[in-house]
Design a protein around this ligand. Structure first.
Ligand code: RAM
Length: 336
């Protein structure tokens, strides 16, 4: 090797060593982030998990732990939070089964230095740094009433088939719908019942059948849950009520395409659950890496989703719900 060549080789070797040690330093700041969902086996959360993994991959220093109870209960989530505290994770990003019951467990986690965020279904202020709503709750509630009203020509009996009776997100949307029903725009609609399928397919199905029996003049079921809406649509088909009772609410195009085709569903809405999971995990990283405080009035960077503006109540919204019908459902069914 000539002296010149040797010098070049030596410089390259030193540079490589410096880069490697920088790489090792980055690898040392690996964050363990738990994505704790209402329950496992729900396609909506599977999609959110996919988005969370995407954020973890992009950021490079997150180990994502995807977890949740088998049924959507606060007790199941409290048990998991205690185990995550024992495992000393860095952050818990939770879709809560109850706004208040989880506060003590989440406070305990925060005391041990764990960052706690809620997404999808929130925890009350005292239990988290901030809550990421998929969209503005007023808009989500209103959209569902508008879809039901349009499908049944603005007139008739409607019922709500929800998730669990304690779910923060569904309860908020139901309240918005009840308030909006007082508007002249919805004067022809009568809300005759609110029932709970607990985000379990079989219970949701039975509740839908119960509604048909109890309310023979029922025109529409609004199910503000991806589990409830599919079960209700199946019940309508099985009971040969297509064209008589319509189902609307919040659903996944992948699960709803067949029901739109059958006519049991005219329109339904949802936001992108992959984006929601991505946003939630990215936001946790921004706090852990001290790129944001998460305090009201500040912004939190969330990668390809831009940034979240935290409002005075410590809440933020991701995007607007999107409406699906037979013209576009198949296109989106490939994604979520
Ligand atoms: C179900 C869950 C979730 C909700 C969606 C619309 O999958 O209840 O929390 O956001 O429906």
């Amino acid at each position: 090797m000539t002296t010149k060549k040797w010098m070049r080789f030596a410089i390259a070797a030193v540079l490589a060593a410096v880069c490697m040690s920088a790489g090792t330093a980055a690898a040392e700041t690996k964050y363990r982030v738990a994505l704790l969902v209402k329950n496992l086996g729900n396609g909506f959360f599977d999609a959110a998990h996919q988005g969370g993994e995407e954020a973890a991959k992009e950021l490079g220093n997150i180990e994502l732990i995807y977890t949740g109870p088998t049924t959507p209960t606060a007790e199941g989530q409290i048990e998991i939070i205690n185990s995550l505290i024992a495992q000393k994770v860095d952050a818990i990003v939770i879709s809560a089964n109850d706004p208040d019951a989880l506060i003590p467990a989440c406070k305990k986690a925060a005391k041990r230095g764990i960052t706690v965020l809620s997404f999808d279904s929130g925890i009350a202020k005292a239990g988290r740094t901030f809550q990421i709503n998929p969209s503005n709750p007023e808009l989500i509630g209103l959209k569902q009433l508008q879809m039901a009203s349009k499908t049944i020509g603005g007139k008739g009996e409607i019922a709500i088939l929800s998730a669990t009776a304690q779910a923060t997100n569904q309860n908020k949307w139901i309240q918005v719908m009840k308030d909006d029903l007082k508007k002249p725009e919805f004067a022809g609609l009568t809300l005759v019942d609110v029932v709970y399928g607990d985000d379990q397919s079989d219970k949701s199905y039975r509740e839908a059948i119960g509604l048909f029996r109890k309310h023979p003049n029922l025109k529409a079921i609004i199910a503000p849950t991806t589990v409830g809406i599919t079960a209700a649509a199946k019940a309508v088909t099985d009971q040969k009520l297509v064209g008589k009772v319509f189902v609307t609410g919040l659903g996944l195009p992948s699960e709803m395409a067949g029901h739109v085709r059958s006519g049991a569903v005219d329109t339904f809405a949802i936001w992108n659950p992959i984006d929601l999971g991505y946003t939630a995990v990215y936001a946790a990283h921004s706090l852990l890496a001290k790129k944001a405080s998460g305090k009201p009035g500040t912004q939190v960077p969330v990668g390809r989703m831009g940034s979240l503006k935290i409002d005075p109540d410590g809440e933020t919204a991701m995007a607007e719900p999107y409406v699906f019908d037979k013209a576009n459902v198949d296109k989106f069914a490939k994604f979520f």
